[in-house]
Design a protein around this ligand. Structure first.
Ligand code: GLU
Length: 304
């Protein structure tokens, strides 16, 4: 296996829970198993949801469970000119158009069937607006988002854990109507700039991957490989969240569990530790084999 640098890219919107920490641990194991670099990137573009104080807490928790990383932590909020460069390049290629739709309009339009596009996809309402129609909408004072002409591209890839995945890409947002670069654009620009060879992240993001692969191609960048790891769920079957009980390191510490013990519990859900065992990072690396990872979501039942 050639060296493929990896990364973990949390959004500082709250404390990391055991599901997030498990994904981070896996991303670290994937990278370190062949001695590759492991980078941290703070995805702090969504200013409505980001709370800067969570960044320090997240980094401290990652270090507490034993992760180390290479180089400085990268913050997306400090890289806005890079995203603008990519947006300019896509625009120069005639790939972008302004979209004036409100969320409600999109919801209503997207619920109707639209050829090959999946349900909920943007149906292209603003794609063919004339210059006069655009000017009229601008006069109404609606700030436009910028969308990509994706031409309903069919994108297929082989995920290292999920196997073959395919998707039809709709006209995704590239710059939001509040001016912020959209998630998919920023991730692709950064994964390319940071030379990431293997992206390990939660399976909840797999639907974004065809979109991101299309963008890698349009921006002339080499795409990484992907391993989408099964999620951790609460006892009710929903994605793990704070409401499921003591799920953060701080919560667990209040119950007397050390970070190494929490890591042991996480490792147990990965088949890398016996119950009650707290293996070291070196032991985990020795035991780690992507081929033996669980392919199904794990239910976190330890509510106390
Ligand atoms: N920032 C994203 C999140 O916290 C992860 C993005 C990615 O790994 O591509 O869900």
């Amino acid at each position: 296996m050639p060296e493929a640098d990896g990364r973990f890219a949390p959004s500082p919107t709250g404390p990391l829970h055991v599901g997030n920490l498990r994904t981070a641990l896996l991303a670290w194991l994937f990278a370190r198993r062949h001695g590759a670099k492991f980078l941290l990137r703070i995805e702090d573009l969504d200013t409505g949801r980001v709370r800067p104080e969570h960044e320090a807490g997240q980094l401290a928790d990652l270090a507490a469970i034993g992760l180390d990383w290479d180089g400085e932590v990268v913050r997306q909020s400090e890289r806005l000119p890079r995203y603008e460069e990519a947006i300019t390049a896509l625009d120069r290629d005639g790939r972008l158009y302004p979209c004036f739709c409100t969320r409600r309009e999109i919801r209503e339009a997207a619920s109707a069937p639209h050829g090959p596009l999946p349900e909920g996809a943007y149906p292209g309402t603003c794609r063919e607006l004339t210059a006069a129609q655009r000017a009229a909408r601008e006069r109404e004072g609606r700030p436009p988002a910028l969308r990509l002409r994706a031409d309903a591209a069919h994108v297929a890839f082989v995920d290292e854990l999920l196997g073959p995945v395919e998707g039809i890409v709709d006209d995704l947002v590239i710059r939001r109507n509040d001016g912020a670069p959209a998630y998919n654009l920023a991730v692709v620009v950064d994964d390319a700039a940071q030379g990431i060879g293997e992206v390990v992240r939660g399976a909840d993001l797999v639907d974004s991957t065809p979109r991101q692969l299309l963008l890698f191609g349009l921006l002339g960048a080499a795409a990484p490989s992907y391993a989408h790891v099964p999620l951790v769920l609460g006892p009710d079957g929903a994605r793990l969240a704070k409401r499921h009980g003591p799920v953060t390191l701080a919560d667990r510490a209040a119950l007397g569990a050390s970070p190494a013990q929490v890591r042991g519990q996480i490792a147990e859900t990965l088949g890398l530790a016996e119950p009650g065992e707290a293996p070291s990072m070196t032991q985990l690396l020795e035991r780690f084999d992507p081929a033996t990872l669980p392919r199904e979501p794990t239910v976190w039942t330890d509510g106390a």
